[in-house]
Design a binder for this molecule. Structure first.
Ligand code: SF4
Length: 222
């Protein structure tokens, strides 16, 4: 089981057109337990890891998590001290990020890039959000030039918690793979994620309000 560790909230500067967090303000997930009571927030994090047999912690957010370096540092420090066996990943759209204190840095990519971010001494993962701007060749060519990076491709999915503009963009820009293309992805060691919103058996979520959720669509507690 993985834990999705959600950063405090702040409007994200990146404005990805498929961003599921655009509806966050309306859903009021912007109250930040970390800032209200850091000590309790961190001890609850450790308790969650211990009680749920968490193997990997994914630093993520309803915004860009690297906007909160002190939160990253505080969570990392306590995890390294109290739960040293747990792997730590971060999901980011910040291509200038260079923190090598993670096991995995996963860069989210939905447009063609001229140069790809690469951090030394960590596993670099490129997570492609597949849409009309990308082709399967864009992804396979990276594999040809770099055998070391991990490659994942995600299919866009409309969701009830998305704003109507986001769901409209997804409808217009979503691309799927044929079964032959899925085989090509497998042959090239590219992980294919058809619906990353399915949480059951994969992950639980420690949201910034200090509560645990079983899915991104679960209604706010309290
Ligand atoms: S980087 Fe993430 S949170 Fe920010 S706009 Fe893009 S998808 Fe949304």
């Amino acid at each position: 089981m993985n834990l999705q560790l959600v950063s405090p909230f702040k409007i994200c500067p990146y404005k990805c057109p498929f961003c599921m967090a655009k509806g966050i303000e309306e859903n009021s997930f912007s109250d930040d337990f970390y800032f209200q009571n850091k000590k309790e927030y961190l001890s609850k994090l450790v308790k969650i890891v211990e009680e749920n047999d968490i193997k990997t912690i994914v630093f993520t957010g309803s915004t860009e998590p690297t906007l909160f370096p002190k939160w990253i540092e505080d969570c990392s420090e306590i995890l390294k001290e109290k739960c040293p066996a747990v792997k730590r990943e971060i999901q980011t759209r910040n291509y200038t990020y260079s923190n090598s204190d993670f096991d995995v840095v996963a860069f989210s990519i939905y447009q063609k890039l001229k140069t790809f971010p690469l951090i030394n001494n960590v596993i670099n993962r490129y997570v492609f959000i597949y849409n009309k701007e990308l082709t399967i060749d864009d992804i396979i060519n990276i594999r040809k030039n770099n055998k070391e990076v991990q490659l994942t491709v995600k299919i866009l999915v409309s969701s009830s918690w998305n704003t109507s503009n986001v769901n409209e963009w997804i409808k217009e820009n979503k691309k799927v793979f044929s079964s032959k293309e899925i085989e090509i992805l497998k042959e090239n060691n590219v992980r294919y994620d058809e619906d990353c919103s399915i949480a059951t058996g994969r992950y639980i979520i420690y949201r910034c309000d200090g509560n645990i959720y079983n899915s991104w669509s679960e209604k706010k507690k309290n």
